[in-house]
Design a protein around this ligand. Sequence first.
Ligand code: SAM
Length: 332
Amino acid sequence: MQAPALLDRFGRVATDLRVSLTDRCNLRCTYCMPPEGLDWMPGDEQLTDDEVVRLISIAVGRLGVREVRFTGGEPLVRRGLVDIVRRVRTLDPGLEQSVTTNGLGLDKLAAPLADAGLDRVNVSLDTVRPDTFTEITRRNRLDDVVAGLAAAEAAGLGPIKINAVLLRGVNDDQAPELLSWCLDRGYQLRFIEQMPLDAQHGWSRDSMVTAEETFAALTACFDLAPAAEPRGSAPAELFTVDGGPATVGVIASVTRPFCGDCDRVRLTADGQIRNCLFARTESDLRTALRAGADDTELAERWIKAMWGKAAGHGIDDPGFLQPDRPMSAIGG
Ligand code: SAM
Protein backbone atom coordinates (compact mmCIF):
# COMPACT_ATOMS: atom_id res chain seq x y z
CA MET A 1 0.00 0.00 0.00
CA GLN A 2 1.29 3.45 -0.87
CA ALA A 3 2.25 5.67 2.09
CA PRO A 4 0.07 8.74 2.58
CA ALA A 5 1.70 11.73 0.95
CA LEU A 6 1.78 14.38 3.65
CA LEU A 7 2.98 12.11 6.42
CA ASP A 8 5.16 13.25 9.32
CA ARG A 9 7.61 11.42 11.58
CA PHE A 10 4.90 10.89 14.18
CA GLY A 11 2.49 9.20 11.80
CA ARG A 12 0.14 12.11 11.32
CA VAL A 13 -1.22 12.74 7.84
CA ALA A 14 -2.17 16.23 6.68
CA THR A 15 -5.34 16.33 4.61
CA ASP A 16 -6.65 19.78 5.62
CA LEU A 17 -5.00 22.70 3.83
CA ARG A 18 -5.35 26.27 5.11
CA VAL A 19 -4.56 28.74 2.35
CA SER A 20 -3.88 32.34 3.30
CA LEU A 21 -4.83 34.66 0.45
CA THR A 22 -3.59 37.91 1.95
CA ASP A 23 -2.07 39.27 5.15
CA ARG A 24 -4.27 42.38 4.97
CA CYS A 25 -7.33 42.85 7.10
CA ASN A 26 -10.07 45.46 7.38
CA LEU A 27 -10.45 45.03 11.14
CA ARG A 28 -7.79 45.70 13.76
CA CYS A 29 -8.60 43.22 16.51
CA THR A 30 -6.58 44.20 19.56
CA TYR A 31 -5.38 40.62 20.13
CA CYS A 32 -4.14 40.32 16.54
CA MET A 33 -2.55 43.54 15.32
CA PRO A 34 -1.84 47.16 16.30
CA PRO A 35 -4.25 50.01 15.40
CA GLU A 36 -2.13 51.21 12.51
CA GLY A 37 -1.98 47.74 10.93
CA LEU A 38 1.25 46.09 9.84
CA ASP A 39 3.76 46.39 7.01
CA TRP A 40 1.77 44.47 4.44
CA MET A 41 3.38 41.93 2.17
CA PRO A 42 4.65 43.49 -1.09
CA GLY A 43 2.37 42.60 -4.02
CA ASP A 44 5.05 40.79 -6.00
CA GLU A 45 5.76 38.47 -3.08
CA GLN A 46 2.16 37.38 -2.95
CA LEU A 47 1.19 34.35 -5.03
CA THR A 48 -0.93 35.18 -8.05
CA ASP A 49 -4.34 33.55 -8.46
CA ASP A 50 -2.84 31.13 -11.00
CA GLU A 51 -0.05 30.20 -8.58
CA VAL A 52 -2.51 29.63 -5.74
CA VAL A 53 -4.67 27.37 -7.90
CA ARG A 54 -1.64 25.47 -9.18
CA LEU A 55 -0.36 24.70 -5.67
CA ILE A 56 -3.83 23.66 -4.53
CA SER A 57 -4.13 21.40 -7.57
CA ILE A 58 -0.89 19.67 -6.53
CA ALA A 59 -2.14 19.31 -2.96
CA VAL A 60 -5.46 17.85 -4.07
CA GLY A 61 -4.29 15.85 -7.06
CA ARG A 62 -1.07 14.39 -5.68
CA LEU A 63 -0.86 14.89 -1.94
CA GLY A 64 -4.18 13.66 -0.60
CA VAL A 65 -5.60 17.00 0.59
CA ARG A 66 -9.37 16.67 1.01
CA GLU A 67 -10.29 20.00 2.55
CA VAL A 68 -9.24 23.53 1.64
CA ARG A 69 -9.98 26.52 3.82
CA PHE A 70 -9.21 30.04 2.64
CA THR A 71 -8.11 32.44 5.30
CA GLY A 72 -5.82 35.42 5.89
CA GLY A 73 -5.61 38.29 6.86
CA GLU A 74 -9.11 38.73 5.56
CA PRO A 75 -9.71 36.46 2.55
CA LEU A 76 -12.75 38.41 1.33
CA VAL A 77 -10.51 41.38 0.49
CA ARG A 78 -8.67 39.24 -2.07
CA ARG A 79 -10.15 40.30 -5.41
CA GLY A 80 -9.73 36.91 -7.06
CA LEU A 81 -11.40 34.90 -4.29
CA VAL A 82 -14.58 33.91 -6.15
CA ASP A 83 -12.60 32.92 -9.21
CA ILE A 84 -10.12 30.91 -7.15
CA VAL A 85 -12.98 29.02 -5.48
CA ARG A 86 -14.57 28.33 -8.87
CA ARG A 87 -11.33 26.98 -10.30
CA VAL A 88 -10.54 24.86 -7.25
CA ARG A 89 -14.04 23.36 -7.42
CA THR A 90 -13.28 22.02 -10.88
CA LEU A 91 -10.25 20.13 -9.50
CA ASP A 92 -12.39 17.82 -7.42
CA PRO A 93 -16.15 18.02 -6.94
CA GLY A 94 -15.84 16.19 -3.59
CA LEU A 95 -13.31 18.57 -2.07
CA GLU A 96 -14.61 20.53 0.93
CA GLN A 97 -14.02 24.26 0.43
CA SER A 98 -14.63 26.82 3.15
CA VAL A 99 -13.62 30.34 4.12
CA THR A 100 -12.72 31.78 7.51
CA THR A 101 -13.77 35.42 7.48
CA ASN A 102 -14.63 38.33 9.70
CA GLY A 103 -17.85 38.63 7.69
CA LEU A 104 -17.28 42.13 6.27
CA GLY A 105 -18.48 42.12 2.67
CA LEU A 106 -20.05 38.69 3.00
CA ASP A 107 -23.48 40.24 2.40
CA LYS A 108 -22.44 40.80 -1.21
CA LEU A 109 -20.05 37.87 -1.68
CA ALA A 110 -22.00 35.00 -0.08
CA ALA A 111 -24.15 34.25 -3.13
CA PRO A 112 -21.30 34.46 -5.70
CA LEU A 113 -19.12 32.28 -3.45
CA ALA A 114 -21.85 29.67 -3.08
CA ASP A 115 -22.39 29.76 -6.83
CA ALA A 116 -18.66 29.25 -7.38
CA GLY A 117 -18.73 26.09 -5.28
CA LEU A 118 -17.90 27.17 -1.73
CA ASP A 119 -19.40 24.78 0.83
CA ARG A 120 -19.47 26.82 4.02
CA VAL A 121 -18.11 29.70 6.06
CA ASN A 122 -16.61 30.18 9.50
CA VAL A 123 -17.25 33.70 10.74
CA SER A 124 -15.26 35.27 13.55
CA LEU A 125 -17.41 37.16 16.04
CA ASP A 126 -16.31 37.77 19.63
CA THR A 127 -19.32 39.75 20.88
CA VAL A 128 -22.81 40.83 19.86
CA ARG A 129 -22.62 44.13 21.74
CA PRO A 130 -21.83 47.05 19.40
CA ASP A 131 -19.64 48.87 21.92
CA THR A 132 -17.60 45.76 22.75
CA PHE A 133 -17.30 44.95 19.04
CA THR A 134 -15.84 48.40 18.40
CA GLU A 135 -13.52 48.07 21.39
CA ILE A 136 -12.13 44.73 20.18
CA THR A 137 -11.98 45.32 16.42
CA ARG A 138 -11.40 49.11 16.53
CA ARG A 139 -14.11 49.40 13.86
CA ASN A 140 -17.84 50.04 14.25
CA ARG A 141 -18.96 47.25 11.90
CA LEU A 142 -21.05 44.80 13.89
CA ASP A 143 -24.11 45.40 11.68
CA ASP A 144 -22.10 44.45 8.59
CA VAL A 145 -21.02 41.16 10.15
CA VAL A 146 -24.61 40.35 11.12
CA ALA A 147 -25.76 41.15 7.56
CA GLY A 148 -22.96 38.95 6.19
CA LEU A 149 -24.04 36.06 8.36
CA ALA A 150 -27.65 36.35 7.19
CA ALA A 151 -26.50 36.42 3.56
CA ALA A 152 -24.32 33.33 4.10
CA GLU A 153 -27.29 31.49 5.56
CA ALA A 154 -29.53 32.55 2.67
CA ALA A 155 -26.90 31.42 0.16
CA GLY A 156 -26.77 27.95 1.73
CA LEU A 157 -23.23 28.28 3.12
CA GLY A 158 -24.12 26.35 6.26
CA PRO A 159 -23.69 24.98 8.76
CA ILE A 160 -22.38 28.39 9.80
CA LYS A 161 -19.73 28.24 12.45
CA ILE A 162 -18.83 31.22 14.61
CA ASN A 163 -15.35 31.51 16.14
CA ALA A 164 -15.01 33.61 19.27
CA VAL A 165 -12.04 34.62 21.39
CA LEU A 166 -12.68 35.74 24.97
CA LEU A 167 -10.49 38.49 26.39
CA ARG A 168 -10.24 39.12 30.09
CA GLY A 169 -12.01 42.26 31.22
CA VAL A 170 -13.37 42.90 27.72
CA ASN A 171 -15.88 40.19 26.72
CA ASP A 172 -15.20 37.34 29.14
CA ASP A 173 -18.57 38.03 30.80
CA GLN A 174 -20.41 37.60 27.48
CA ALA A 175 -20.00 33.89 26.69
CA PRO A 176 -23.60 32.87 27.57
CA GLU A 177 -25.03 35.89 25.76
CA LEU A 178 -23.07 35.06 22.60
CA LEU A 179 -24.17 31.43 22.80
CA SER A 180 -27.86 32.42 23.17
CA TRP A 181 -27.55 34.70 20.15
CA CYS A 182 -26.01 31.90 18.06
CA LEU A 183 -28.55 29.31 19.24
CA ASP A 184 -31.40 31.63 18.22
CA ARG A 185 -30.00 31.77 14.71
CA GLY A 186 -28.83 28.18 14.33
CA TYR A 187 -25.13 29.11 14.20
CA GLN A 188 -22.55 26.75 15.74
CA LEU A 189 -20.42 28.66 18.22
CA ARG A 190 -16.86 27.67 19.16
CA PHE A 191 -14.72 29.48 21.69
CA ILE A 192 -10.99 29.51 20.93
CA GLU A 193 -8.34 30.13 23.56
CA GLN A 194 -6.20 33.14 22.79
CA MET A 195 -2.80 32.05 21.51
CA PRO A 196 0.62 33.76 21.46
CA LEU A 197 0.34 34.88 17.84
CA ASP A 198 -0.31 38.61 18.09
CA ALA A 199 1.94 41.01 16.25
CA GLN A 200 2.47 43.08 19.42
CA HIS A 201 3.60 40.08 21.52
CA GLY A 202 1.10 41.09 24.20
CA TRP A 203 -0.20 37.58 24.97
CA SER A 204 0.34 36.21 28.45
CA ARG A 205 -0.54 32.85 29.83
CA ASP A 206 -1.69 34.41 33.09
CA SER A 207 -4.23 36.73 31.54
CA MET A 208 -5.71 34.50 28.83
CA VAL A 209 -9.20 33.13 29.40
CA THR A 210 -8.95 29.35 29.61
CA ALA A 211 -11.31 26.81 28.10
CA GLU A 212 -12.10 25.69 31.63
CA GLU A 213 -13.23 29.18 32.61
CA THR A 214 -15.31 29.44 29.45
CA PHE A 215 -16.93 26.10 30.19
CA ALA A 216 -17.70 27.18 33.75
CA ALA A 217 -19.29 30.42 32.56
CA LEU A 218 -21.47 28.53 30.08
CA THR A 219 -22.58 25.87 32.53
CA ALA A 220 -23.87 28.58 34.85
CA CYS A 221 -26.56 29.23 32.21
CA PHE A 222 -26.80 26.07 30.10
CA ASP A 223 -26.79 22.34 30.60
CA LEU A 224 -23.74 21.07 28.69
CA ALA A 225 -22.95 17.41 28.04
CA PRO A 226 -20.15 15.92 25.91
CA ALA A 227 -21.45 15.42 22.37
CA ALA A 228 -21.60 11.85 21.11
CA GLU A 229 -19.94 12.49 17.77
CA PRO A 230 -16.26 11.48 17.65
CA ARG A 231 -13.86 14.41 17.76
CA GLY A 232 -11.33 12.96 15.30
CA SER A 233 -8.87 15.61 14.22
CA ALA A 234 -11.32 18.48 14.91
CA PRO A 235 -9.87 20.98 17.36
CA ALA A 236 -13.17 21.70 19.12
CA GLU A 237 -14.42 19.70 22.08
CA LEU A 238 -18.16 19.67 21.42
CA PHE A 239 -20.94 19.78 23.98
CA THR A 240 -24.67 19.49 23.47
CA VAL A 241 -26.58 22.46 24.85
CA ASP A 242 -29.67 21.84 27.00
CA GLY A 243 -30.09 18.30 25.69
CA GLY A 244 -29.20 19.15 22.05
CA PRO A 245 -29.23 18.89 19.16
CA ALA A 246 -27.48 22.28 19.24
CA THR A 247 -23.83 22.16 20.27
CA VAL A 248 -21.13 24.54 21.46
CA GLY A 249 -17.42 23.97 20.97
CA VAL A 250 -14.42 24.83 23.09
CA ILE A 251 -11.00 24.86 21.46
CA ALA A 252 -8.36 24.56 24.16
CA SER A 253 -5.37 25.16 21.92
CA VAL A 254 -3.19 26.27 24.82
CA THR A 255 -4.38 24.39 27.90
CA ARG A 256 -5.33 21.06 26.25
CA PRO A 257 -3.41 20.94 22.97
CA PHE A 258 -4.55 18.48 20.33
CA CYS A 259 -1.33 18.37 18.28
CA GLY A 260 -1.28 14.55 18.29
CA ASP A 261 -4.40 14.57 16.10
CA CYS A 262 -3.43 17.50 13.89
CA ASP A 263 -4.16 16.99 10.20
CA ARG A 264 -3.44 20.54 9.04
CA VAL A 265 -0.89 22.15 6.78
CA ARG A 266 -0.68 25.82 5.86
CA LEU A 267 0.21 27.71 2.70
CA THR A 268 0.96 31.39 3.29
CA ALA A 269 -0.02 34.13 0.85
CA ASP A 270 3.63 34.35 -0.23
CA GLY A 271 3.92 30.67 -1.00
CA GLN A 272 5.56 29.24 2.11
CA ILE A 273 4.54 25.89 3.56
CA ARG A 274 4.12 25.90 7.32
CA ASN A 275 3.65 22.49 8.89
CA CYS A 276 2.38 24.05 12.14
CA LEU A 277 0.84 27.36 13.21
CA PHE A 278 3.76 27.72 15.61
CA ALA A 279 6.54 26.50 13.31
CA ARG A 280 9.69 28.60 13.36
CA THR A 281 10.75 27.51 9.90
CA GLU A 282 8.95 27.49 6.56
CA SER A 283 9.51 25.79 3.22
CA ASP A 284 9.59 28.08 0.24
CA LEU A 285 7.51 26.81 -2.67
CA ARG A 286 7.19 30.19 -4.38
CA THR A 287 10.85 30.49 -5.36
CA ALA A 288 10.89 26.97 -6.78
CA LEU A 289 7.58 27.53 -8.56
CA ARG A 290 8.78 30.78 -10.15
CA ALA A 291 12.08 29.15 -11.13
CA GLY A 292 10.12 26.68 -13.22
CA ALA A 293 9.85 23.63 -10.95
CA ASP A 294 7.40 21.06 -12.27
CA ASP A 295 4.54 19.60 -10.21
CA THR A 296 6.60 16.56 -9.18
CA GLU A 297 9.36 18.70 -7.70
CA LEU A 298 6.89 20.98 -5.91
CA ALA A 299 5.09 17.94 -4.49
CA GLU A 300 8.39 16.49 -3.28
CA ARG A 301 9.30 19.74 -1.53
CA TRP A 302 5.90 19.79 0.12
CA ILE A 303 6.25 16.17 1.32
CA LYS A 304 9.65 16.99 2.79
CA ALA A 305 8.26 20.05 4.56
CA MET A 306 5.65 17.96 6.32
CA TRP A 307 8.04 15.25 7.44
CA GLY A 308 9.77 17.75 9.73
CA LYS A 309 6.60 18.72 11.64
CA ALA A 310 7.22 18.93 15.39
CA ALA A 311 5.33 16.69 17.82
CA GLY A 312 3.63 19.66 19.45
CA HIS A 313 3.39 23.44 19.39
CA GLY A 314 5.48 23.71 22.54
CA ILE A 315 3.73 26.74 24.08
CA ASP A 316 4.40 25.21 27.50
CA ASP A 317 8.08 24.52 26.85
CA PRO A 318 10.42 26.81 28.79
CA GLY A 319 12.20 27.72 25.56
CA PHE A 320 9.02 28.50 23.60
CA LEU A 321 9.44 31.30 21.09
CA GLN A 322 6.53 32.89 19.30
CA PRO A 323 6.78 32.50 15.50
CA ASP A 324 8.20 35.49 13.62
CA ARG A 325 5.02 35.95 11.67
CA PRO A 326 1.83 36.98 13.45
CA MET A 327 -1.44 35.07 12.96
CA SER A 328 -2.61 37.51 10.28
CA ALA A 329 0.41 36.72 8.09
CA ILE A 330 0.34 32.97 8.68
CA GLY A 331 -3.34 32.43 8.08
CA GLY A 332 -5.51 31.63 11.07
N1 SAM B 1 -9.92 37.58 9.01
C1 SAM B 1 -10.46 36.25 9.10
C2 SAM B 1 -11.27 36.10 10.36
O1 SAM B 1 -11.43 37.07 11.09
O2 SAM B 1 -11.80 35.01 10.58
C3 SAM B 1 -9.43 35.15 9.01
C4 SAM B 1 -8.13 35.33 9.70
S1 SAM B 1 -8.22 35.47 11.47
C5 SAM B 1 -6.51 35.55 11.86
C6 SAM B 1 -8.71 33.83 11.90
C7 SAM B 1 -9.12 33.61 13.33
O3 SAM B 1 -8.01 33.75 14.14
C8 SAM B 1 -10.18 34.56 13.86
O4 SAM B 1 -11.23 33.79 14.39
C9 SAM B 1 -9.47 35.30 14.96
O5 SAM B 1 -10.31 35.62 16.02
C10 SAM B 1 -8.43 34.30 15.36
N2 SAM B 1 -7.27 34.84 16.04
C11 SAM B 1 -6.50 35.88 15.70
N3 SAM B 1 -5.51 36.06 16.59
C12 SAM B 1 -5.65 35.09 17.51
C13 SAM B 1 -4.94 34.73 18.68
N4 SAM B 1 -3.88 35.39 19.09
N5 SAM B 1 -5.37 33.66 19.38
C14 SAM B 1 -6.46 32.96 18.97
N6 SAM B 1 -7.17 33.25 17.89
C15 SAM B 1 -6.78 34.31 17.16
